[in-house]
Design a binder for this molecule. Structure first.
Ligand code: LHQ
Length: 255
């Protein structure tokens, strides 16, 4: 249900159920988690790009799977969705969502849990939970207010209104918007640039900044000091300083 391909430092994870708008199934969750673990372990991977096959990015839970009979909602989330979101956070490499089309429900949450969001002009975001009487899950209640602010987050969650790529850029929901024709090329180029940067430093930036959301100033300052000790011992730090002194472009290796 997904495709996984590594080239030029970038692991491209493509959600691949285009007929169902790449809606989640139990198998897809397992495959995404396995792909993230592989990407974390593989030194050749220095950035992960997550995208959808066909017209959509991801339409959330496959409603066909849950339309008949009783659903154990808590169990569903604890077993399938929550481990996937936690795995995105645990991955100490930059994760970029290339939102090629609609991202709805938990598909929107998935994009929010990535570190950077790039959107095609044809992308859109629908916080679809309310339309079926549910609550934003998969970190939607955590990331959305932190990314766009509580006022906008409540509005999007309570109305479920569709947000265009242009509006998403305006409210800070996405970082860049590219023309649909060249979208994947642009997204790959963006991911390759990230992959050429100091990967361990970026992993530490990710961990420290997300931790900072949970901590006060003193604790954050202390964690920064710790993270800096680790970052300061990397080859890429030495290379960055040397390149600056020698007035040349740095050649980072991710170590
Ligand atoms: C789909 C889906 C879909 C199956 C489009 N499933 N087929 C957690 C815990 C436990 C249970 C419940 O859920 C959760 C987490 C959640 O994610 S809840 C939210 C679930 N997602 C939704 O409610 C979104 C449902 N989809 C939509 O609102 C629309 O399809 C969107 C806004 C995504 C796209 O609208 P359109 O561009 O107008 O496309 P469409 O509606 O025509 O859909 C295209 C096809 O994809 C269509 O199939 P068909 O065979 O008729 O061409 C849809 O049935 C299918 N599809 N979403 N979630």
């Amino acid at each position: 249900t997904i495709l996984y391909e590594v080239s030029e430092g970038v692991a491209v994870v493509t959600l691949n159920r285009p007929d169902k708008f790449n809606a989640f199934t139990e198998l897809m969750h397992k495959e995404i988690i396995a792909a993230l673990k592989d990407a974390q372990k593989d030194d050749a991977v220095r950035c992960i790009l997550l995208t959808g096959a066909g017209r959509a990015f991801n339409a959330g839970q496959d409603l066909g799977e849950v339309s008949g009979g009783e659903v154990d909602f808590g169990g569903f989330l604890r077993k399938r969705y929550n481990p996937m979101i936690l795995q995105l956070q645990k991955t100490e490499k930059p994760i970029v969502a290339a939102v090629n089309g609609v991202a709805a429900g938990a598909g929107m949450s998935l994009a929010l849990a990535c570190d950077i969001r790039l959107a095609s002009e044809k992308a859109s975001f629908v916080n679809a939970f309310v339309s079926i009487g549910l609550v934003p899950d998969s970190g939607g209640c955590y990331f959305l207010p932190r990314i766009v602010g509580i006022g906008k987050a409540l509005e999007l969650a309570m109305t479920g209104e569709k947000v265009s790529a242009e509006e998403a850029l305006r409210i800070g929901l996405v970082n860049k918007v590219y023309p649909a024709e060249s979208f994947m090329e642009e997204a790959l180029a963006y991911a390759r640039k990230l992959a050429a940067l100091p990967t361990r430093g970026i992993g530490l930036i990710k961990r420290t900044m997300y931790k900072g959301l949970e901590m006060g100033l003193e604790e954050t300052l202390e964690y920064e000091a710790y993270a800096q000790e680790v970052a300061g011992s990397t080859a890429d730090h030495k290379e960055g300083v040397a390149a600056f002194m020698e007035k040349r472009a740095p050649r980072f290796t991710g170590r």
